[in-house]
Design a protein around this ligand. Structure first.
Ligand SMILES: C[S@@+](CC[C@H](N)C(=O)[O-])C[C@H]1O[C@@H](n2cnc3c(N)ncnc32)[C@H](O)[C@@H]1O
Length: 205
């Protein structure tokens, strides 16, 4: 990881992902989480205030040390035990069938091998365990898609490999999850190219 990815980007993410517009989405996506949870792309812990009391433990997976450091105050303010337990969503250091639920917020755009990360989540979730997700990705409208394809190379360079055109729900379904809730919408006050969000829950059979 270079200096930009390790020191600058996590601070930018901490600010950009902490905009008020994301709050209702974090509340919605965290609602219903319970038991032992793995969160991939933990970042600076912006979901921590939204973990329900029914969550007994969170294993946080995050490559950037700076993100983890920026999470300190949020971690001090929660009663939910959170451990930094891994560095790469595509290679999870946990046994099979070890979690009740998984959480991913605006992270599947960035993990280089997102298919491997979804396979890993299937592996570590107990049968019937749920993946809660809110992700930006390929827009429903062709005109927006065209701009997403044009701008994706710039986005990737500026934001640590962040893709604009990943078909979120398709990727999750192709990994073998059964999507039980899905809401696709453009985030208010965001450019559509980065604001085409998919929020939902998928069960691991
Ligand atoms: C746009 S940020 C979202 C952070 C956080 N989930 C949030 O909602 O604020 C994407 C995060 O994915 C992390 N990330 C990048 N590659 C990863 C990987 N291979 N495995 C897990 N997380 C990764 C980045 O370091 C970053 O913290």
């Amino acid at each position: 990881m270079g200096l930009y990815e390790e020191h600058v980007l996590p601070r930018m993410i901490d600010v950009l992902c902490n905009l008020k517009v994301a709050t209702p989405q974090r509340q919605r996506v965290c609602s219903g989480l319970a038991g032992e949870v793995v969160e991939i792309g933990f970042g600076s812990g912006l979901n921590v205030p939204f973990y329900p009391a029914a969550v007994t433990r969170v294993a946080a997976v995050e490559p950037a040390d700076t993100g983890w450091k920026l999470a300190r105050k949020r971690l001090e303010a929660t009663s939910v035990p959170v451990q930094r337990a891994g560095l790469d969503g595509a290679s999870l250091p946990f046994p099979d069938d070890s979690f009740d639920a998984a959480l991913s917020t605006w992270t599947m755009c960035t993990i280089p091998d997102v298919e491997a990360a979804l396979r890993e989540l299937r592996r570590v979730l107990k049968p019937g365990g749920t993946l809660h997700f809110v992700e930006h990705g390929l827009a429903p409208d062709e005109r927006v898609q065209t701009w997403q394809h044009r701008l994706e190379p710039v986005q990737k360079r500026l934001f640590g490999g962040c893709h604009l055109t990943r078909p979120v729900a398709d990727l999750i379904a192709r990994a073998g999850f059964e999507i039980t809730e899905l809401d696709v919408f453009y985030e208010q006050r965001s450019p559509k190219v980065v604001g085409a969000n998919s929020l939902g829950v998928a069960a691991s059979p």
